[in-house]
Design a binder for this molecule. Structure first.
Ligand code: FAD
Ligand code: NAI
Length: 464
């Protein structure tokens, strides 16, 4: 079998790269070691976690907000088996969608572990062994959960996100190590379903890579949901015995904290995945952190091999991987694509949702850049009051001299969708005044962005 380009890995990076290569006229193959396409994102990541977030949110609302809306129902009960079954069905619909896209674009799919024999030859070890000859290669092998050396992930009581998406019962007490995106999203799922949730975070804020206002505000909402959050705590031991897991941590004062739960979710980040890929046979270099080393064109040190997504540097996000897939395909064909990494938004699908793009206030301080801040609270919005989603705020950071928007940080209902407007404005290098003079439909959550821009420009919001 001879191809112009072969993509290894079918996550959002790999399958999008394959589609773009095929659209550009290249004879394309994709190799995936699992039976289903779609990678982490579709099978055990973005899609199943959002399916459970949506189901648990319905349950939470039925239990807590329906009454105030004037809807009287009998006390709702969780049917975890059905909830997980619906999630599995959502995943199936999505992964089957990728099969359709591969066949529509005439991309050959090979199931099995892809491993370099040399830089133009890949062995696929699956139900049958095949050898593929290829002119170019795109590595998109993604990532796997990280752990700590002293933690034994038994995947029954001490689990990763993958098992947390498949639980057969609602935990009584879920202890989560790591207050990042996975911990807070999956913690929210089970807290809404009635679990006690404790989060042990090493740093002094949750979601620490985002603007610090967001983590501080989110903590307030999660505490209302019943989360116990232990910041600046260093986990020193995790021990599972029967149905009990004990997590021990050093407190900031130097004391010991001991938490006993029935499940412990380890969510302290993910590591690039290259096991079994035979990179040494092609001469591809990796960094000290295990990422495949690439230049600014995402090309590796080997001239016919590129790498994208979670396996290279940068944010481990599906939409970042997708942009890189398109970028590499277009590069190969001599086009001049561009990715503005500063404008790749980050979103946390808790309630309220959290989203940010551009520079954080901490980064601007570090750069010693002169900036202005405009904030607007959701509770001052008619739309937010109508739906009772009044937690949160929008924070706009703009250059002090030019008024150019440098960062937009939102916590509140629908933040995940609203952030796209901030990306658009910033891609066109809008000033805060530009946005504040554009008509925003009333009543919408987006009015909070307009108001925060008014606050940033001339400190003259209209509704506070
Ligand atoms: P992956 O999606 O990891 O795909 C890599 C694929 O390569 C896998 O299918 C793997 O089996 C295959 N592979 C590896 N080695 C080989 C080999 N040698 N031969 C053949 N196949 C191989 N991101 C978001 O943007 N939004 C979200 O809401 C979000 N939610 C998430 C929730 C969870 C619980 C998790 C774990 C992650 C989430 N992410 C989210 C992150 C997102 O899933 C990743 O950033 C994204 O999947 C990375 O895409 P990728 O194509 O680089 O790799
Ligand atoms: P993360 O990097 O988001 O968070 C890890 C957290 O663990 C950080 O707060 C970190 O300070 C903390 N931590 C690290 N070591 C620790 C230790 N020893 N003890 C206690 N805390 C420790 O990683 P997470 O949540 O595992 O997610 C992995 C990746 O998946 C992320 O990069 C994220 O981008 C992606 N993802 C994206 C989602 C989204 O876009 N909505 C949803 C879920 C995952």
């Amino acid at each position: 079998m001879q191809y112009d380009v072969t993509v290894i890995g079918s996550g959002p990076g790999g399958y999008v790269a394959a589609i773009r290569c095929a659209q550009l006229g290249l004879k394309t193959a994709i190799i995936e070691k699992y039976d289903t396409l779609g990678g982490t994102c579709l099978n055990v990541g973005c899609i199943p976690s959002k399916a459970l977030l949506d189901s648990s949110e319905h349950f939470h609302n039925a239990e807590h907000t329906f009454k105030e809306h004037g809807i009287d129902i009998a006390k709702p009960k969780v049917n975890i088996k059905q909830m997980i079954a619906r999630k599995t069905d959502v995943v199936k619909q999505n992964t089957e969608g990728i099969n359709y896209l591969m066949s529509k674009n005439k991309i050959d799919v090979h199931h099995g572990l892809g491993s370099f024999v040399d830089k133009n030859t890949i062995k696929v070890t699956g139900q049958e062994e095949k050898t593929i000859s290829t002119d170019k290669v795109i590595i998109a092998t993604g990532s796997k959960p990280s752990t700590l050396p002293f933690i034994k992930l038994d995947k029954k009581r001490v689990i990763t996100s993958t098992e947390a998406l498949e639980l057969k019962e609602v935990p009584k007490h879920l202890v989560i190590i790591g207050g990042g995106v996975i911990g807070l999203e999956l913690g929210s799922v089970y807290a809404r379903l009635g679990a006690k949730v404790s989060v042990v975070e090493f740093l002094d804020n949750i979601i620490p890579t985002m603007d610090s206002t967001l983590g501080k505000e989110l903590q307030k909402s999660l505490k209302k949901l019943g989360f116990d959050i232990y910041l600046s705590h260093k986990v020193t031991a995790v021990e599972a015995k029967g149905k009990e897991v004990t997590v021990t941590a050093d407190t900031p004062k130097g004391d010991k904290l001991e938490l006993k739960g029935d499940y412990c979710l380890v969510s302290i980040g993910r590591r690039p995945y290259t096991d079994g890929l035979g990179l040494e046979n092609a001469g591809v270099k990796v960094t000290e952190r295990g990422q495949i080393e690439t230049d600014e064109h995402l090309k590796t040190n080997v001239d016919n091999i590129w790498a994208i997504g979670d396996v290279v540097k940068g944010a481990m996000l599906a939409h970042k991987a997708e942009e890189e897939g398109v970028f590499v395909a277009e590069q190969m064909m001599g086009q001049k694509p561009h990715i503005n990494y500063n404008l790749i938004p980050g979103v946390v699908y808790t309630w309220p949702e959290v989203a940010g793009v551009g520079f954080t206030e901490e980064q601007l301080k570090e750069q010693k850049r002169a900036y202005k801040t405009g904030k607007f609270p959701f509770k001052a919005l008619g739309r937010a009051r109508a739906s009772m989603d009044v937690d949160g705020l929008v924070k706009v950071l703009a250059d002090k001299e030019t008024d150019e928007i440098l960062g937009v940080h939102i916590i509140g209902a629908r933040a995940a969708d609203m952030i796209a407007s901030a990306v658009t404005a910033m891609e066109f290098r809008a000033s805060a005044e530009d946005v504040s003079r554009m008509s925003h439909a009333h009543p919408t959550y987006m009015e909070a962005v307009k108001e925060a821009c008014l606050a940033a420009t001339e400190n003259r919001p209209l509704h506070i």
